[in-house]
Design a protein around this ligand. Structure first.
Ligand SMILES: *Cc1c(COP(=O)(O)O)cnc(C)c1O
Length: 424
């Protein structure tokens, strides 16, 4: 196995056929055991490519546009760009990251319904014409700063209506007014986008797609040529979930947007692509034993109380677990050391290293008794914002170890490209 570190705090390792991600983690823990025991992230780029293959075989008619905000790691962008995936950017920084990877401008969408004027100007200057819009104020800004923009109107969906109906997206009714305004301003509207939440009833699509059809008809009536339907993100993480969504969506697409209508169907899968690709390993740096009183409050333990453990980790919500602050659930960890099956489990909670009450990583889990220096492994951390770690706290970012697994199973030009890319 080869490895080196570049200036971005990445260690790139090419794994040979027999080595698994688990082996790579094991090796690195072994190395760290003799060093500083710093937390680290292992990124399995083979898994990223595998997700792409799953997407293409399950949803062959729906072209993926990856939302950069889900994981901005340059390696992720690099690979997805090489695979020909499109990108959804929410600001200028993300646009420039994607442009730096030579992504063709027609494969980039500037999303967000309230855009800073300078970001619109940046898109205009760089020839990024696909912009999302859901309100008159933004429409006027775009008309001034980017008259060549091709707009995707963001439609609100039923599931959003309960919580945030007025925040994102516009209703079918308001769409007509928006379309008329766009026409008066001489702006081009070319499609519709909507977002559904990830833990949804596939029924959400029934209404969303019927509404989208309605907006297409209105737009065409007003003389717009509609070409793109964007069904948003929220495809979960597994092939099973993707197949379920596919089963729900395909008949609806056939009914409302048949292939003969020549509408390009695209989607914005984020979590689906990156979640399973990143694994985080953290070290236990502190430990307390407590008990619960009748009110559930943690108290000093007496010898007769059932013990409960508080473990302190070298990463917290101001680092790799920043996703927790953003409302993501932290996946349950696994214990790295081996323990016997009959070892008792204890109620445990996991805390970050800051002395902040918010810095609770896992509220409650059942773990065998750990000692300081043990490792915990968190899988499926790719969409939790951990690659942003270090932007909030001032601790150094954990290094990311990129493992290029399964590469040989993929089309060889891509393979050659990556090898050159990572070894220059
Ligand atoms: C975050 C985001 C998504 C991704 O949703 P997933 O559930 O991660 O697939 C899609 N589109 C936009 C505009 C987003 O901001």
């Amino acid at each position: 196995m080869k490895g080196f570190t570049d200036e971005r705090n990445y260690v790139v390792e090419l794994l040979d056929g027999g080595t698994t991600i688990e082996d790579a983690i094991e090796n690195h823990i072994y190395e760290q055991a003799l060093a500083e025991k710093n937390a680290f992230v292992v990124a399995n780029l083979g898994a990223l490519m595998r997700q792409h293959v799953v997407w293409q075989s399950t949803m062959p008619l729906v072209r993926p546009f990856y939302p950069v905000k889900c994981n901005r790691s340059p390696a992720v962008i690099e690979i997805l760009a090489a695979l020909g995936v499109g990108f959804v950017c929410s600001n200028k920084t993300e646009l420039s990251m994607v442009l730096n990877h030579d992504v063709p401008t027609e494969n980039i969408i500037l999303s967000g319904v309230c855009k800073q004027l300078s970001h619109i100007k940046y898109a205009a200057k760089n020839g990024i014409n696909y912009l999302v819009c859901d309100n008159e104020a933004d429409l006027c800004k775009i008309a001034r700063a980017h008259p060549n923009a091709k707009l995707l109107l963001q439609l609100s969906t039923e599931s959003q209506a309960e919580e945030a109906s007025m925040v994102f997206g516009c209703s079918v009714k308001r769409c007509r007014h928006l379309l008329e305004t766009a026409r008066e301003l001489g702006m081009d509207v070319i499609g519709v986008v909507f977002q559904v939440p990830s833990c949804k009833d596939p029924q959400v699509y029934t209404h969303a797609l019927a509404d989208a059809r309605c907006v297409f008809d209105m737009a065409e009536e007003l003389g717009f040529h509609m070409e793109i339907l964007d069904i948003g993100g929220g495809f979960g993480t597994s092939e099973f979930q993707l197949k379920q969504t596919h089963a729900a969506v395909i008949p609806l697409l056939e009914a409302h947007f048949p292939v003969v209508s020549a509408v390009h169907i695209i989607a914005e899968p984020g979590t689906f692509y990156v979640s399973s690709c990143f694994t985080l390993a953290v070290n236990v740096i502190g430990k307390k034993m407590v008990a619960r009183d009748l009110h559930g409050k943690a108290v000093e333990r007496t010898s007769t109380d059932e013990p409960e453990f508080l473990y302190y980790l070298n990463e917290g919500v101001y680092g790799s677990f920043v996703g927790k602050l953003l409302g993501n659930t932290v996946p349950s960890p696994t214990v790295h050391k081996t323990f016997t099956a009959d070892e008792p489990g204890f109620f445990s909670s996991l805390w970050g290293p800051s002395c902040d009450a918010l810095d609770q990583v896992v509220e409650h889990c059942l773990l065998p008794e750990l000692t300081v220096g043990d490792w915990l492994i968190f899988k499926n951390m790719g969409a939790s914002g951990q690659e942003e770690a270090g932007t909030i706290g001032d601790a150094q970012k954990p290094p990311v170890i990129l493992n290029i697994l399964f590469l040989v199973f993929f089309f060889s030009p891509v393979c050659v490209f990556f090898c050159c890319l990572f070894f220059v």
